[in-house]
Every structure is written in C-alpha cells, then in structure tokens.
Design a binder for this molecule. Structure first.
Ligand SMILES: [Zn+2]
Length: 272
C-alpha cells in the first residue's frame, strides 16, 4: 500500500503530477469523482497558484487554486463538480484522503492570506516552503492550524454525548472546543467540558489526533471519567446532551471522524 508523504520538493520539469484543484476553498473533481488532469482543467484558464505539498504513489502532489469570484454559485465547465472530504470518504483511498485534507487546509489558508497582515500588501507563495511571503516587507505567514480538544466522558457503562445546533438532524457526538491562546490541551478539555455540560472530569487519557479540514482544525482526542457535577447544557452551544448507554447509542458522527473512532473504541473494549 502506498502512503501519502508530506514533502515540499518541486517535481522535475515536465514530469507527471497529481493535481488537487480548487476554486477558492472548494475542491473540483470529475463527474466520476476522480481527480482531474491538467488537460481537463484547461477550461478554467490561467491565473492559478500552486503549492507542491507531498507525494503519492511516487508522484508529486500539487494543490492548484483558482481565485473565487464574488458569485456564490460556481459556474463549472462540463464534466466538473465540487468535491468534499465527507462525500469522498469510502470512495477515495485513505492515502488520497490524507492528501486531500492537507490540500484543503492549504487552499483555505491561501484564500485567507492574500494580503500581508503587517503592511497590507499582496503576498506570494514561497518557492520552496509552504509560506505566504509579503512582496513588500517580507513578513511570512505559515498555514494556520487550530487545535480542538475532544473528550469522550465515561460514567459506568454510559458516555456523555451532546448535540450542537449545527449538527445534522439526530446526530450526537463527544464534546469538543478550541484550545485558547496560552492554554494546555488538558486545561482546554476540562474547561470546555465544564462549560458545555456542567461536568467535571478526571483520569484524562490520550486517544489520538486527526487533521480535519473544516477549515484548519487538528482534533485532539481524549477519553476521561466523570468526576462530579449535574448535566446543564450550555445555552446557544448545546441543544441537547445526556448519558447514553453503550448498547443504546444515538445517531453518531461520520465514520471518518475521530469522535466516531473514539466511541467505537470504547464500545469494542467493553465487549472484550
Ligand atoms: Zn508586508
């Protein structure tokens, strides 16, 4: 099995390249969900920028982005449609999805760093590293990564799951929130879970992490035990929450998500 390898080396002149094309932050794919070739992308014209960001199947990967115009609805040439990580999960291989997550985060970063935050002049992509460099003052902006702590809290044979108003109908997940500036991951986890649910936790243990391209998150997954407190849903953030028996779980998040893997891990471990 091939792996996705994260490197910045430019390909040899004229060599084959796997292109991940975007208009703004939106991925474009062929009508058959396959990636589009350089020839197939020609109707979009010139005026794109590119970052070589890795290697797949021994071939260099290029994130190629065309600027999005003001119109909300993209006018796409025939044979192209918009793609999405959630839609391609289970269709593309895990290696291609890993590359897509990276390309999607880079596309979002470029779209948000067209101008220098120090002097306001236009930026350009550095030729050998993933940096937006100011043409005037030389300030460099690196891709933004936003850590999010997620905690699956256990109490006997039940787990604490909650619904945010922006979830798909009926879906419940583990509690999560962004790490604030100057805060440790563990402190952020305790704070977020208390704010969202009124519950204090103990015995925090590391589970794993996952880059998540909406738009530039790094999910940090922990499992913890209930310590004290009564459930109180945070107004505006949490629509509903509760302790769910391992055998009677509600609709869960996407199987590609870290939350789903954590929940599945806990249920499987108790079966053994
Ligand atoms: Zn500048």
């Amino acid at each position: 099995m091939s792996d996705f390898e994260l490197i910045y080396a430019r390909p040899e002149q004229g060599g084959a390249t796997i292109i991940f094309p975007f208009i703004g932050e939106t991925l474009l794919i062929g009508a058959d969900t396959a990636l589009l070739s350089a020839d197939a992308l020609q109707p979009l014209g010139d005026g794109w920028q590119a970052i070589h960001f890795g290697r797949l199947d021994g071939l260099p990967c290029e994130m190629r982005v065309w600027p999005q115009t003001g119109e909300k609805q993209l006018a796409l040439p025939e044979g192209m449609m918009t793609g999405d990580f959630r839609r391609l999960w289970g269709v593309w291989s895990p290696e291609y999805l890993a590359a897509l997550i990276r390309a999607r985060q880079l596309a979002a970063w470029l779209a948000h760093h067209r101008f220098c935050g120090v002097c306001g002049q236009a930026t350009k992509i550095h030729p050998t590293e993933p940096t937006c460099e100011c043409r005037a003052c030389g300030h460099k902006a690196y891709p933004r990564i936003s850590p999010v702590c997620m905690g699956l809290v256990l109490k006997g044979r039940t787990m604490l799951l909650a619904r945010s108003p922006h979830f798909a109908p009926g879906v419940y997940s583990a509690l999560a929130g962004f790490v604030e500036a100057g805060e440790s991951a563990e402190a952020a986890l305790r704070r977020e879970i208390f704010e969202e649910s009124g519950v204090q936790i103990k015995n925090i243990r590391w589970f794993g992490s996952q880059p998540w391209p909406y738009p530039h998150s790094l999910m940090l997954g922990f499992i913890a035990d209930y310590a004290s407190g009564e459930l109180v849903a945070q107004a505006g953030e949490i629509e509903d929450l509760g302790w769910f028996d391992f055998d009677r779980l509600p609709t869960l998040p996407h199987p590609a998500s870290l939350a789903y893997r954590m929940i599945e891990h806990v249920c499987r471990r108790t079966e053994d």
